[in-house]
Ligand binder design. Structure first.
Ligand SMILES: Nc1nc2c(c(=O)[nH]1)N[C@H]1C(S)=C(S)[C@@H](COP(=O)(O)O)O[C@H]1N2
Ligand SMILES: [Mo]
Length: 323
């Protein structure tokens, strides 16, 4: 194993979310934190298995898209940036891994189980789900907790419409989302980098906020696998890890779910995960961010610039405690 001195490790290789996952992965192998951190600069379990970027075998234009009133007018990131710089630990921990390895995901056929406190539980086919909701394009800022950001033209439908269709009962206080578990389609799940499956959740009023999007495409085409095909969540006022990919289960729950990153390291990743420049991550600042493709950092905006739409959801809450 090649062990680089700490000063040789690029900033992008010791990014926050990766740190814990990498440590877990290597603790198993090497049994030592020191080796684990050094190994972060070296090979991953998938190195050498593929070199070309995975192509989306189902690439298909989406037509008849409505324009959204929520669009940002900021410059959009390129298709290449959006599809080759990803977090999707089911395919590896490096930003290029999902593009290289997510070709093994089969987004069709695909079913989504809806369960819990609702009037219409069941197993629904993605093709039917797509027929129920008119699609729209929404150009959203996205901000990762690792302090980079992008502007992405998503295609999808409001999560609120999806939620209402299944008639949640008065006991449904939270919506929990779960990603596929399949060791052949998601080979990264053979490593304990994260506790699989990936899980996320929203409070019911957050889920009903019109900004929350169920995304099924970007740049006018169906989602590439690496971005979470065939259906993923986009919550633009929260850190990127809330945007769970490749969803197979939606559950209406009475109690607050424990999301994956909160389970990994609760002192650093909370349930709310609202973009908040005033609350630093314990190991780095959240006051600024680097827009992918730009050199200079920008100041991070409260709620990622969506405060007018969502700040009222948290009136009276201490957002230092509820991070
Ligand atoms: N299932 C699953 N969903 C996930 C992740 C993951 O590792 N697995 N990573 C999250 C994180 S940390 C971010 S920043 C976004 C990245 O989305 P993108 O690759 O489409 O930009 O996906 C989120 N959704
Ligand atoms: Mo992230």
């Amino acid at each position: 194993m090649l062990v680089k001195p700490a000063s040789d490790i690029r900033e992008s290789e010791v990014t926050p979310e990766k740190w814990y996952a990498r440590r877990r992965e290597f603790l198993k192998v090497a049994g030592s934190t020191a080796v684990a951190v050094a190994a972060g600069a070296g090979g991953s379990w998938l190195d050498g298995t593929a070199t070309a970027y995975a192509q989306n075998p189902n690439a298909r234009k989406l037509t008849g898209l409505k324009k959204s009133s929520f669009d940002t007018t900021e410059k959009q990131n390129s298709y290449k940036e959006i599809t080759t710089y990803n977090n999707f630990y089911e395919y590896g921990l490096d930003k290029g891994d999902p593009a290289r390895h997510a070709g093994s995901l089969k987004p069709s056929p695909w079913k989504v189980v809806v369960e819990g406190q609702c009037g219409k539980p069941g197993t629904y086919d993605i093709d039917d789900i797509l027929k129920w909701f008119p699609l729209e394009e929404r150009i959203y800022r996205m901000r990762c907790v690792e302090a980079w950001s992008m502007v992405i033209p998503w295609v999808g439908f409001p999560l609120a419409d999806f939620v209402k269709r299944f008639e949640p009962t008065s006991k449904a206080k939270f919506v929990k989302f779960t990603t596929l578990v399949d060791l052949r389609q998601m080979p990264g799940q053979t490593e304990p980098a994260l506790p699989w499956p990936y899980v996320e959740g929203l409070r019911m009023d957050e889920a009903l906020n019109p900004l929350a999007l169920m995304a099924v495409g970007l740049y006018g085409e169906v989602l590439p696998n690496q971005n979470g095909a065939p259906i993923r969540l986009v919550v633009p006022w929260k850190y990127g890890f809330k945007g769970i990919k490749s969803i197979v289960r939606v559950s209406f729950d009475e109690s607050q779910p424990v999301n994956t990153w909160q389970r990994m390291q609760p002192s650093e990743y909370g349930f709310y995960a609202n973009v908040n420049p005033a609350v630093d991550h314990p190991r780095w600042t959240q006051a600024s961010e680097r827009r992918i493709g730009e050199f200079f950092r920008r100041k991070t905006l409260p709620f990622n610039g969506y405060a007018d739409h969502v700040a009222s959801l948290y009136a009276g809450m201490d957002l230092r405690k509820n991070y």
